[in-house]
Every structure is written in structure tokens, then in C-alpha cells.
Ligand binder design. Structure first.
Ligand code: A2P
Length: 335
């Protein structure tokens, strides 16, 4: 049965991909409403062969909407998600506004789909992009041998920050190649030809908010508060695709061959692990524009008896945001 769908933040980096993913997967849509701020209301956006006019969220009546996909930032979600839910929609929210609320499930479609059913507020939270790809790959290992501790350094692309950050990387790159001043606006320092060990806001413990998301979300999604997570989040001058160097310590020893086998049969995961030039995933060669979470460089940690190293790469806008949101919507309509 086709349903009525709204995308809130439809003109943004994630919203635009939500639209693309809905079309690719032939999501059964009756009415489709594309919502954004008054700034872009009236613009036309292509959906397959059709052109859809963007509507102003502030004046939109949510009555009759079955599924609302939100990706317009935390403040917009806090204000409007409860209104859409009260009008009868199931809200799938890509912001961090509700992720840590006990009565809002936080769901990776391949990892804890059963959590989706318990949503007393009509709101489901989509995890942070870095958590999403890390857990899609680590959940099968956790189920098999138990993960005690995760050390992770991320190499996050600028698309995770939104459309203005994509423009900033392009603008700064062009400026620098023309011997001009790169002028940082979105990021605190130059991002082109640089790396920045800072995502979100600094916390009292010295970690950043993007780092603490990896800690809290991992525990909530795996339903295990004993898992220790030690993250460093780094922004790199890549347009699309996040990479992660992940070092885990498991309860029982797992060797690289067994880990590779588990990952090869894990849903949503593709192993690329050839131990030759190019035999590993990168954002450009594998992840960008594609759905899977790619895993390579799988090896036993020479510094720890129960340690395993992995390199995990995915398109942060797809599996990290839009694709998982649409997969959750598919699970909702299948109920
Ligand atoms: P708009 O294009 O009208 O500003 P990104 O993360 O790529 O920057 O995209 C953010 C998305 O959220 C855009 O679609 C943007 O719409 C939308 N958005 C931001 N603020 C609001 C708001 N106050 N009301 C509705 N939509 C908003």
C-alpha cells in the first residue's frame, strides 16, 4: 500500500539523497512532500521524471503524512518532529535531538531492527554516520565473540557537515591552487589540503561531541553498557565517504580468517581485503555513491592477544544517513 511521505530538509545534502534512495528502491509513495525553509520554498526538485515544488515547513500541515524523514538539524527536529508524530506520522529523525532519549529507539537496520517496534513517541532516531558504519561491521563480531573495547580514529568527509561544507572544500581548494586566501567559514581552520582533529563541540572531558556520540550510540544500539569506546574524530578533505581505523579487543580471541568469514556473510557489508595496491576500500574507489559498508585491512593486532584491526569505509550520506533512514521506513511499512 503506498504511503504519504514527507522529507524535511529536502534541499540539504542528506535530504537530496533520501529522495534519490526512495526512487532507487521504488519505495511505495502515494504523496511526496518536500519541505525546507522559506528560503527554498517554491524551488523545483526532480524526482524521477517529475518535478516537485519545495514547500515551507513552517506553514505545512502534517495531517495525513504516514512517514516523515527529518534531516534539517536538531533545532528543526525538536520543534517539528513531535508535531508530525502527533498528526499520526512515524518520524525517522537523522538529527541527534532524540537519540539518547530512552523512549526513542536508535536503530541500524542490519543491527537492531527489533528495537524499532517500541516507539511510544512515534519517533525513531537514525544514528550518527560514524556509528552507523562502524556498528554495521562490528555487530556480527560482537555477536560471535563479544567486544570489550573499541579504539577508533575516524577520517570523516566534509559532506557530513552539510552543503555549505562541501562548497567550502571546493572553494578553498580552488583558492589555494590560485595562490589566494582560503578563508575558513564553516570549519575553524582551513580544511583543503589539511586534516582537523575536531568534530562538534568540546566537552568537559576533553572529547568532542562527535566523539561522545560514538561512545553513547554504540552502547545503546548494541544494548551493552559495558563496551568501552575510545574515539578520535578527524575531518579530512574528502567530499563523500567516511573512513575509520578501528582496533577492537574481544572477549574471546578471533583470528583474521574467521572475522573475514563473518563479515563476508554480514548484511550490508562488503569485504575488500586483498593485501595488494588498491585491494582495500577507499572513499573514492568504493564508498562514494554506493550502499555497502566496506571493510578491509583485517588483521590480528600484534600488540594485543585478543586484538583485531579493521578499516571501515562507507558513504556517510547513504548508509550513514539517507539509506538507513529509508531502510527504517521500509521496516515500518512492512509491520
Ligand atoms: P534550506 O535549503 O531552505 O535552508 P544541509 O545539512 O545540507 O545544510 O541541509 C539542511 C536542510 O535543512 C536544508 O534542506 C535546509 O533548507 C533545511 N533547513 C534548515 N533550517 C530549516 C528551517 N528552519 N526550517 C526548515 N528547513 C530548514
Amino acid at each position: 500500500n503506498p504511503v504519504n511521505v514527507a522529507i524535511v530538509g529536502a534541499t540539504g545534502a542528506v535530504g537530496e539523497t533520501m529522495l534519490k534512495v526512495l526512487a532507487e528502491r521504488e519505495f511505495p509513495i502515494r504523496e511526496l512532500h518536500l519541505l525546507a525553509s522559506a528560503r527554498s520554498a517554491g524551488e523545483k526538485v526532480e524526482y524521477g521524471a517529475r518535478k516537485i515544488v519545495v514547500e515551507d515547513l513552517a506553514t505545512f500541515d502534517p495531517a495525513g503524512i504516514d512517514i516523515a524523514l527529518f534531516s534539517a538539524g536538531g533545532d528543526v527536529s525538536k520543534e517539528y518532529a513531535p508535531k508530525f508524530a502527533a498528526a499520526g506520522a512515524v518520524v525517522i529523525d537523522n538529527s541527534s535531538a532524540f537519540r539518547y532519549d530512552d523512549d526513542v529507539p536508535l536503530v541500524v537496520s542490519e543491527v537492531n531492527p527489533e528495537a524499532l517496534r517500541n516507539r511510544p513517541r512515534g519517533i525513531v532516531a537514525n544514528p550518527n554516520c560514524s556509528t552507523m558504519q562502524m556498528l554495521t561491521a562490528l555487530a556480527p563480531i560482537h555477536r560471535a565473540v563479544g567486544i570489550e573495547r573499541i579504539n577508533v580514529a575516524t577520517y570523516q568527509s566534509v559532506s557530513g557537515t552539510g552543503r555549505r561544507a562541501l562548497e567550502e572544500l571546493g572553494r578553498q581548494t580552488a583558492a589555494l591552487l590560485n595562490f589566494q586566501d582560503p578563508k575558513p567559514e564553516v570549519y575553524p581552520v582551513q580544511i583543503a589540503f589539511n586534516v582537523i582533529p575536531h568534530g562538534g563541540d568540546f566537552q568537559d572531558n576533553g572529547y568532542t561531541s562527535e566523539e561522545m556520540k560514538l561512545v553513547w550510540e554504540t552502547r545503546k544500539i548494541l544494548g551493552d553498557d559495558s563496551i568501552q569506546v575510545n574515539p578520535t574524530v578527524v575531518r579530512v578533505p574528502v567530499f563523500y565517504g567516511h573512513s575509520e581505523a578501528v582496533h577492537i579487543e574481544t572477549r574471546e580471541k578471533i583470528d583474521a580468517a574467521r572475522a573475514r568469514e563473518l563479515l563476508a556473510s554480514a548484511p550490508g557489508v562488503e569485504v575488500v581485503d586483498e593485501r595488494t595496491g588498491g585491494g582495500y576500500p577507499t572513499p573514492v574507489t568504493h564508498a562514494s555513491g554506493n550502499d555497502p559498508v566496506y571493510v578491509g585491512r583485517i588483521r590480528e593486532d600484534i600488540s594485543h592477544p585478543r586484538g583485531l584491526d579493521l578499516w571501515i569505509v562507507a558513504d556517510n550520506i547513504r548508509k550513514g544517513a539517507a539509506l538507513n533512514a529509508v531502510q527504517l521506513a521500509e521496516l515500518v511499512i512492512a509491520e
